[in-house]
Design a protein around this ligand. Structure first.
Ligand code: GAL
Length: 667
């Protein structure tokens, strides 16, 4: 079926309008944002806000418009994102705002869709993001200590935060400029680690707040999980349930910056799942008990592209069991159930914003109502008085996890399933109950027409089905060299710290040396029936030991001891240690000291003449893998790699690159 010319013209002009809107900003009539003890005040009106957490570099720019549209359709008023410092400043002083890091484009798309934006600058973000968002070069700033009252750190942090605020201002993206940004965030859950820094931690909180407020961004700032957040900074709650949360001042509203609607996944771990009913219950309870801003962390989780996964050991998927799945598809019934919930909350908004606080009514041992009405001082609510008025909304909760309850409220009877909230926008009719899912449930299945491989050796059993025409006839392979593969190597005496050498340009660091083994050693091992052993006090994340080109052992863990028996031959033996990182630490105090690779003593024990202290030997260092640095995985470069067909009887190498051609049916 062809597209008519008129429709085509319409589509072209529509895309021009959207393009113009995105490039020229001014999405709204400029408006002010402030807050009182109840809510954010947007353009003079208190608002109840639903926010959708979504990190721009975890999707592609092509996906952004659709994801924003799906958030809006799901009932979001706001999009919330962190700002990713290490993505924007990969080299100190050299900024990057292109591609997946084109934050300006992202913010403009949010504005063009009519949604607001909550920008969490951090610049520490945690987020299961490599090094919590800190650029690894930050470790090399002389005298630096992260996230405390330390001058070099504060200078770097201030420079980046200023840069982002200025950029947003230049692009007219704050609300008072007609842009979508209504709120910012400084730091992230510093309260969790503050005590580790004693008085200097407290000073740092004050400094961070003052610094942020001093930038003249003109919209409110939050700090999350920061019970000592100074005046003028809203301290917000993060967690699975935040309905009991009290801010640290009666002048601040109750905000929930991270509602954990799922969780992240670790390598080898289970896929987390949070049921839609429980999530809806948590959200309804939050608004029931006085909350006014709630953000889903994550509404869309997406993918950790390249080497952005934090860790250690987080998988590249950041699906999070979010309402929109990793591929941008609606996750049902979660998305739909929340959409219905949001619609019900919106119906209550006039009453919720009109009342300064709810009236509490005990309905049973584990049942309670909260009623929002303009005049909360009125005693003895009754149906005739309020039932017909739109400015009365109520939430009826049954917090009994097992038993359903029948309650009387304003002269009527209500059936409340266990662990549920009923929402009554007019104080009379239930329009939504969190435990009753009306949204369609869909089960996603993934169909693989390609043979599945569970591990590398399985490749050998692979046979190609002739009928799968889009799939090239065979896999091709390139072996990755063990140890040295480039001229960019150097030798020094001793064991260097992993990150100091790699600067995180690769996960891989090869340590190469030679060990001389005498006849006496061999006789000693045979007579005593012992084996020499490699011992390392502590290491992370993965270690592979090669002797004379053969993989001898692997160790996986986070700061674990290594005791690895090894075998040598008489004469010179090549000893190669491959240290691998699997996502840098993204949470905790003293991140700059964490590092990677090996710690403490590293030696070979069990030799006739005593232990060999490996840290006294000369080691040659090679960073990275050959295929990695020659971009073997790119369309442009891969052909140069010298591929050969994978044959059924091929002997697998320890590290092998595999490729196959397939054409996708995009229909
Ligand atoms: C929070 C943190 C987020 C994210 C989340 C877990 O504590 O603020 O950035 O790491 O935990 O997904």
């Amino acid at each position: 079926m062809g597209v008519s010319r008129a429709l085509l013209r319409y589509l072209v002009s529509l895309s021009l309008i959207i393009h113009a809107a995105v490039t020229t900003a001014n999405f709204f009539k400029p408006f002010n944002v402030s807050y009182d003890h109840r809510a954010l005040i947007i353009d003079g009106k208190r608002r109840m806000l639903i926010s959708a957490g979504f990190h721009y570099p975890r999707a592609t720019p092509e996906m952004w418009p659709d994801l924003i549209a799906k958030s809006k359709k799901g009932g979001a008023d706001v999009i919330q994102t962190y700002v990713f410092w290490n993505g924007h400043e990969p080299v100190r002083g050299q900024y990057y705002f292109e591609g997946r890091y084109d934050i300006i484009k992202f913010v403009k798309l949010v504005g063009a869709s009519g949604l607001y934006l909550h920008l969490r600058i951090g610049p520490y973000v945690c987020a299961e993001w490599n090094f919590g968002g800190f650029p690894v070069w930050l470790r090399d700033v002389p005298g630096i200590e992260f996230r405390t009252d330390n001058v070099p750190f504060k200078e770097e942090m201030e420079r980046f935060v200023k840069k982002i605020v200025k950029l947003m201002q230049e692009e007219m993206l704050f609300s008072w400029q007609g842009g979508p940004i209504i709120m910012l965030q400084i730091e992230n859950e510093y309260g969790d680690i503050e005590s580790a820094y004693h008085q200097r931690g407290k000073e740092y909180v004050k400094w961070a707040a003052q610094m942020a407020l001093g930038l003249g961004a003109g919209v409110p700032w939050v700090m999350c999980k920061q019970s000592d957040a100074p005046d003028n900074i809203i301290n917000a709650c993060n967690g699975y349930y935040c309905d009991g949360f009290k801010p640290n001042s009666p002048n601040k509203p109750v905000f929930w910056t991270e509602d954990w609607d799922g969780w992240y996944t670790k390598w080898g771990g289970r896929l987390p799942h949070r049921p839609a009913e429980d999530l809806a219950f948590a959200v309804a309870r939050f608004f029931q008990r006085g909350g006014s801003f709630q953000n889903y962390y994550m509404y869309f989780g997406g993918t950790n592209f390249n080497r952005t996964s934090g860790g250690p050991f987080y998988v590249t998927s950041y699906d999070y069991d979010a309402p929109i799945d990793e591929y941008g598809l609606l996750s049902e019934p979660k998305w739909g159930h929340l959409k219905d919930l949001h619609a019900a909350i919106k119906l209550c908004e006039p009453a919720l914003v009109a009342a300064d606080s709810p009236q509490y009514i005990k309905l049973g041992p584990k049942q309670e109502a909260h009623v929002y009405h303009v005049d909360t001082n009125t005693e003895g609510l009754n149906l005739t008085q309020y039932g017909s008025q739109s400015r009365c909304s109520a939430f009826l909760a049954n917090i009994d996890e097992r038993k359903a309850a029948v309650v009387r409220f304003l002269g009527q009877t209500y059936h409340l399933p266990p662990w549920s909230v009923s929402i009554l926008p007019d104080c009379r009719n239930t329009v939504f109950n969190t435990a009753k899912v009306g949204a369609q449930t869909s089960i996603k299945t993934v169909e693989f027409e390609l043979p599945l491989f569970s591990n590398i050796s399985a490749c050998q059993q692979f046979t190609v089905h002739d009928e799968v025409s889009y799939f090239s006839k065979s896999w091709m392979t390139v072996k990755e060299p063990i140890g040295i593969w480039s001229k960019k190597i150097f030798s020094v005496q001793g064991i260097l710290e992993h990150l100091n050498v790699t600067k995180d340009h690769s996960d891989y660091l090869w340590y190469i040396t030679r060990i001389y083994v005498s006849d006496d050693d061999i006789t000693f091992w045979e007579e005593k029936q012992v084996r020499p052993t490699l011992t390392i006090d502590s290491m992370r994340d993965v270690l592979r030991v090669f002797i004379n080109g053969q993989l001898t052992g692997s160790v996986i863990g986070r700061w674990v001891k290594v005791v690895q028996p090894v075998r040598f031959v008489q004469g010179y033996n090549d000893l190669v240690l491959l240290s691998e990182t699997v996502g840098l630490q993204n949470y905790g105090a003293f991140l700059e000291k964490d590092g990677a690779g090996f710690r403490g003593q590293i030696k070979l024990t069990g030799f006739k003449n005593g232990d060999i202290d490996l840290s006294t030997l000369s080691w040659t260092y090679q960073v990275g893998l050959k295929g990695e640095f020659s971009s073997i995985y790119t369309v442009e470069e891969n052909e140069k790699a010298g591929w050969s067909d994978l044959t059924v009887d091929a002997i697998p190498a320890t590290f092998t690159w595999y490729k196959v051609y397939l054409s996708l049916n995009m229909g």
